[in-house]
Design a binder for this molecule. Structure first.
Ligand code: GLU
Length: 451
């Protein structure tokens, strides 16, 4: 690749499923390289498998990319100077080019199929940006299981081009400078280079991304790979966290930086720094990355991200002031690995129902109840709605306990349960202050702690 040439990279999914983790990883690295170099990111739809390709899958792939913030400069929907961007719209070109090779004696027909004749005695060498030098004898570039040479089908008898051929024709037609794709395509590369050569075309640069391993260190299974990015979204993972986490599979911005945003990644990304060492898809790491992004979010963004999960729990965030919800979430202080978890942990700010379902106050003894009654009677007398604040309440509680020979815990623990239904929660006086005097009164009365 010419050093002055503008980078043109492509993500070339087959629309036979949603955007899964492997695909998202490949798309991300192409996007990063395009954005880092000020180049062009192209979306190409490899839809020649007409039985399995659907317009619906094409759409979900695009939606998945948009969800992750990966925008493309050329593609089937936005057009561009190198279209068409769907392989089924380029069929004539495939046939013409294949026939040209037949005329040249470099390919032959077998019925309606066109087969590329693998040349003998050539060495296929390429310098993979990530894997380094790779060199294969042409005889070994395409083999049958018994080791004999296997000529390469270009056009199948049904008239459709094969992947190895169509990808070459397209990458050439679209002036792709660098092919960035999964390592599972390394073995295809020598075959593709032979086709470039036969056509007198200069192959692009190749960069194969490292293999992704599951948490068990085994190659990420079909099941994992098939997990669509939207399933992660449904589990409460943020798009910026998935972006960050996938970028770390094979790359790091350097230093000790593990948590970063798009801008930093674009800024620091270097294709040559990507490692070929297999990368482990570690769910614990994903949780960590997600939690960090959740903590760092702007309050209104965080609230908007949590709202669908509150709704999923049957709660109605729409009936609260945004500021109230944002303050409630701020109080959660980094609790919750996912938006889903955070929604669950904070449910009591939106409704008393979940509290009642978790807490019945059964174990509170009559004596404890008497103390609570006394305490809350004076607390509610002391604090009107406009001075109902966390610090004042806490100071009052401490003083009251001291005077009445009670421990703060005797008050705070049942109070925590009555307000949140949880054993673990943020500071109970802070919760009380956010809920407000009236709501606290309601909840505490329900349990008979105020009379
Ligand atoms: N459609 C191929 C795939 O999804 C594209 C491979 C390539 O990038 O060349 O694996």
């Amino acid at each position: 690749m010419d050093i002055n040439e503008k980078v043109r990279v492509r993500f070339a999914p087959s629309p036979t499923g949603a955007l899964h983790i492997g695909g998202a990883h490949t798309a991300l690295f192409n996007w990063l390289w395009a954005r880092h170099t000020g180049g062009t990111f192209i979306l190409r739809i490899e839809d020649t498998d007409r039985e399995r390709s659907t317009a619906e899958y094409e759409r979900t792939i695009m939606d998945g990319m948009k969800w992750m913030g990966l925008d493309w400069d050329e593609g089937p929907d936005v057009g561009g100077a190198y279209g068409p961007y769907r392989q089924t719209e380029r069929m004539k070109e495939y046939t013409d080019t294949a026939n040209y090779l037949v005329d040249q004696g470099k390919a032959y027909k077998e019925g309606d199929a066109v087969i590329f004749k693998v040349p003998r005695g050539e060495q296929v060498t390429f310098q993979d940006v990530i894997y380094g030098d790779i060199s294969v004898a042409s005889e070994k570039a395409s083999m049958n299981t018994d080791g004999s040479i296997k000529d390469i089908v270009m056009i199948k008898s049904d008239g459709r081009p094969t992947y190895n051929y169509a990808a070459v024709a397209d990458d050439h037609a679209m002036n792709i400078t660098t092919v960035i794709r999964g390592e599972d395509h390394i073995a295809n590369t020598p075959k593709q280079i032979l086709i470039y050569r036969a056509l007198g075309w200069t192959p692009p640069q190749f960069a194969h991304l490292p293999m992704i391993l599951g948490g068990d260190k085994k190659k990420l299974s079909k099941r994992h790979r098939a997990t669509s990015v939207f399933e992660y979204s449904g589990m409460g993972y943020l798009p910026e966290a998935i972006f960050n986490f996938l970028a770390l599979l094979g790359w790091t911005p350097g230093g000790d930086i593990e948590i970063f945003d798009r801008d930093l990644a674009v800024n620091k990304f270097e294709l040559s720094k990507v490692t070929k060492k297999p990368a482990v898809f570690d769910m614990k790491k994903l949780d960590f990355v997600n939690q960090e992004h959740l903590k760092a979010m702007r309050p209104d963004d965080r609230r908007k991200a949590i709202e669908p999960f509150w709704r999923e729990l049957g709660l109605s965030p729409g009936s609260f002031a945004p500021k109230y919800l944002e303050d409630s979430l701020a109080l959660m202080g980094g609790r919750g690995k996912t938006t889903k978890e955070l929604a669950e942990f904070s449910d009591y700010f939106l409704e008393f129902g979940p509290v009642k379902s978790r807490y019945t106050a059964e174990e509170v003894t009559p004596k404890e109840r008497e103390t609570l009654n006394k305490f809350f009677a004076s607390a509610f007398a002391e604090f009107g709605p406009d001075i109902w604040d966390a610090r004042g309440l806490e100071a009052f509680a401490r003083e009251w306990c001291e005077k009445n020979g009670a421990s703060l815990k005797e008050i705070a623990m049942p109070m925590r349960f009555a307000l949140s239904g949880r054993r673990v929660s943020p500071g109970v006086f802070e919760i009380a202050s956010i809920l407000g005097r009236e709501e606290c009164m309601k909840r505490l009365s329900h349990y008979g702690f105020v009379r």
